[in-house]
Design a binder for this molecule. Structure first.
Ligand code: UFG
Length: 333
């Protein structure tokens, strides 16, 4: 069995490739390296550098390789950027998926597991968030992911295509054995930013608001360990192989932690004094986002094991402290 991993040089995609190879799968990676890192691609994966919007390129991959199923991570994912440059997101995320689905139907590849986001829900009407709650994205990024989900749904009605869409909450941590980790440029995610401050690469971490209606005034999020998150993708592939129906699942840990709790846990994990500044709220940040993951557990049999934020931060720190410049020679913040 060969799995095609689109975006397999990115943070989540590269971890998926390692875990697929751990399972003995043959893996083909496609990545345009706009945000991904060549060094993050497992040495035993077959790598193609190219863009999923290039239909001829994608066709050639399906022709050269014997692809049985697809994991799709190839997308832009910065909320702020998506508001400044919405058409970039519609082009790469939505149009890219359109080209991909066309190639899959042309080459008779039926099963796709798709990387989606809690940003499809927008401001939640209640927490924990279940998959039946309304989807009203508040940013272009979330809107494009929701559109991609809808595109798969309608395509599946006309063609022999089956999909699982996995809506991620806050993914963090790194592969426990330390080969790969999280390296976005620019970095906007809380855990790597805290660890860059621990390494002295940033003067401080700015907490975006401490006047929210939460116990300590800082925003609460649901952090899920990257290896648990990837396990859900492996289970989703099994589910589709066994004839599972198209469906959408939340992936989180069903627990919420505040920004202050994340910083204090990072202080104890790293032993470093992490300087903090309180800044204004970041526009568009909901105060609390926590997933209900009951459905993924019930239907996919998913049981996240690394649910402690200490373990998540320890594994992230293991990679950051041994790769202070990430995948490159130089530190870029
Ligand atoms: N935060 C800070 N300071 C920082 C960075 C983040 O205080 O320097 C806070 C944010 O305000 C937020 C929390 O830390 O309260 C987490 O922020 P992240 O940027 O790490 O993550 P988000 O919750 O904003 O976004 C994540 C994904 C998005 C996805 C969204 C869906 O990164 O891709 O969840 O809910 F769209």
């Amino acid at each position: 069995m060969s799995v095609l991993v689109l975006g397999g040089a990115g943070y989540v995609g590269s971890h998926a490739v390692y875990q697929l190879i751990d399972q003995g799968m043959d893996v083909v990676v496609v990545d345009n390296l706009e945000n991904g890192h060549r060094q993050a691609v497992h040495p035993n994966a077959t790598f193609y550098e190219g863009d999923i919007r290039d239909a001829n390129f994608l066709d050639s991959v399906f022709e050269n390789e014997s692809i049985d199923e697809v994991l799709h991570f190839a997308a832009n994912s910065l909320v702020g950027e998506s508001m400044e440059n919405p058409l970039k997101y519609f082009d790469n995320n939505v149009y890219g998926t359109q080209v991909l689905l066309k190639a899959m139907t042309k080459h008779g590849v039926k099963n796709i597991v798709f990387s989606s986001t809690a940003a499809t829900y927008g401001e939640p009407e209640a927490v924990p968030i279940t998959e039946t709650m309304p989807t009203h994205p508040t940013n272009t990024y979330g809107e494009t992911k929701l559109t991609m989900e809808k595109m798969m749904k309608w395509t599946s009605l006309a063609h022999d295509l089956n999909f699982v869409s996995l809506r991620y909450f806050n993914v963090a941590g790194a592969r426990a054995t330390g080969e790969i980790g999280e390296d976005h440029r620019p970095e906007s995610h809380l855990v790597p930013i805290i660890l860059q401050a621990a390494l002295g690469q940033r003067e401080e971490i700015t907490v975006f608001g401490d006047d929210y209606d939460t116990p300590d005034g800082t925003c609460i999020r649901d952090y899920v360990h990257i290896e648990d998150l990837v396990n859900a993708h492996l289970l989703a592939l099994d589910y589709l192989r066994n004839g599972g129906e198209n469906d959408v699942f939340n992936l989180g840990s069903s627990q919420g932690f505040s920004v202050n709790e994340m910083i204090s846990t990072a202080r104890s994990v790293t032993g470093k004094d992490i300087p903090v500044k309180i800044g204004p709220r970041r526009s568009g940040d909901p105060s609390i986002l926590v997933a209900s993951t009951e459905k993924a557990t019930r239907i996919l049999g998913w049981n996240p094991v690394n649910t402690s934020i200490t373990k998540i931060i320890e594994d992230a720190w293991n990679w950051h402290s041994t790769h202070p410049a990430g995948y490159s020679e130089e530190v870029t913040l």
